[in-house]
Structure formats: C-alpha cells, structure tokens
Design a protein around this ligand. Structure first.
Ligand code: SF4
Length: 271
C-alpha cells in the first residue's frame, strides 16, 4: 500500500550534472516502483519518510506545473531530463498527469526532452512525444520478468517495457535502453546481458550501461528488502570494486559489437 501526500514546491527545474542534460525535472518525490537498488533515497534525504520507506511513500508536487510555467519563461532552453530521481510514469501519473502537462509545456517552449522510465504508461503521451524534440529511454536490467520482480518489485515487467519500447521506436522516436544497474551475481551474466543487447539491436536502439551506485541509504534499503539467495554483502562489495566493473564493461562492449549496437557508459561508470 503506497502512502501519497501532496506538497507545494518553489522550483521545478534543477541544474543537472548528467552529461548532455541541462535541467532535471522530477514531478514526484519518491517512486512507487521501489527498486531495491535505487540510489535516489540518498538524494531525497530531506524527505526522511520517503527515503527510509522507499517505494512506500510518494509525494506529489501539486503546484509544479504552475512553477514550471514561470520558469520556462525566463530560462534558456536546453535538454530536460525527465526524470532523474523518480519515474515520471509511475502509477499515480495516470491520474495526476503532471508529467504529461509538463512535457507539453516544455516542448512548446522549445526545450528538448529526454525521458527515462520503466513504464508503458508513457504510450498514453505518444501524441506529444511524436514531436521531434524527444528521446525516450527504457530501463531494462534484464528481460526476465521473474528476476526483475526480485529487484524491481513494483515496476512493470520488462517484457511490457520492451513492447512499449518497440512501439515508441516504430514511431521513429530516438529510443535507447538503459542497461543498469548491472548488479554483481544477479544480472551480470552474459546470457542475461545478451538478451537485452539483442533486443536493443532489434529496435535499432542503443545501450547506455551502468554499474550499481552504492550509497549509504541505498545499501540500507537493499539489505532490508533483500530476498535473493546470493549474499548481499558480496554483491555490494563487488559493486565498489573498479576491477569488477572493468570486466563487466568489456563484456557489454563485446556483446554490443557482436550485435552492431552503439553503447555508452553512463556518466558515473568508470570503465
Ligand atoms: S524506477 Fe527508477 S526512480 Fe523508481 S525506484 Fe526504480 S530506479 Fe528508483
């Protein structure tokens, strides 16, 4: 059961440190998808209940569209990442339509929009996304629904995401697959990664891959939610070992080469 509350905010866009993204826009605080590896709790610490009960508490920024309207009048257009620490198409978006109203406004004002989601709900907004100034990324850590259920308990199954990605790509929209995080002893295996790369190839998409970003609250939440048979301490230990990720990066790059898929490390992936 998710607890929803409504808050008012004073700003809508924040400056982003991500490569090629000038602004970040997050319509909600918290995320009902509740992925056990999510590092966003460490970035939302001022909302203690959200961070410590990640996936169970979501704050809806009820005035954010009005605030955004004011901001876009005075800000220089640039690429807006939607979203960086929440999923813009988590279930509450079906009713609230904050993401929908925001992307419409940003697009009309000449901002380029880069969306990242795990939800096929994005298809509802295809009418807007078909404009030339969008790209869409789907996070797919594995195409195996049963494995995804263990690490992304409330997110739509990856097979549904893949169908949505296929449909978006069919409309000639720039589509990418975020293969991340690659979690040691969980989804690091060649056959699991190859399935994702092969899928990316089938829709002419490219791959952005990432390691697991270990942070204090992220580790706390992961330990609390861990139900897998593998030792969570070993998983976390390997994640912070640079040699481990070098090896995984090589594997991803080789698989991408095999399928002629362009592949890039995410901003913080040291290869
Ligand atoms: S969908 Fe993204 S923001 Fe939401 S819990 Fe999962 S990783 Fe975090």
């Amino acid at each position: 059961m998710i607890k929803y509350s409504y808050i008012k905010v004073r700003s809508a866009l924040s400056t982003s440190k991500l490569p090629d993204i000038r602004y970040a826009f997050n319509p909600y605080v918290g995320c009902a998808h509740g992925c056990i590896y999510c590092y966003a709790p460490d970035l939302c610490k001022r909302y203690r209940e959200v961070s410590y009960r990640w996936g169970s508490v979501v704050l809806v920024k009820e005035n954010v569209v009005d605030v955004l309207r004011e901001e876009v009048r005075r800000l220089k257009p640039g690429v807006v990442g939607i979203s960086t620490i929440t999923d813009p198409y988590q279930p509450i978006e079906r009713d609230e339509e904050i993401t929908r109203d925001s992307i419409r406004m940003l697009s009309q004002q000449g901002f380029r929009i880069s969306i990242q989601t795990k939800s096929p709900l994005i298809l509802r907004d295809l009418d807007l996304i078909k404009a030339k100034n969008f790209d869409v990324g789907f996070t797919i850590t594995t195409l195996r629904d049963n494995l995804a259920r263990e690490i992304e308990p409330n997110a739509p199954p990856p097979t549904q995401r893949a169908k949505a990605a296929y449909e978006i790509a069919e409309h000639d929209i720039d589509t990418w697959i975020f293969l991340g995080p690659i979690i040691p002893l969980i989804n690091e295996y060649e056959e699991i990664i190859e399935e994702v790369v092969e899928f990316a190839s089938s829709i002419n998409s490219y791959i952005i891959y990432d390691k697991m970003n270990v942070k204090p609250l992220m580790s706390y939440n992961m330990r609390m939610k861990w139900r897998l048979k593998v030792d969570v301490n070993e998983v976390i230990g390997l994640s912070v070992d640079p040699n481990y990720f070098k090896k995984i990066s090589e594997l991803v790059r080789n698989l991408c080469k095999k399928y002629y898929v362009k592949c890039l490390p995410a901003f913080n992936a040291s290869t």
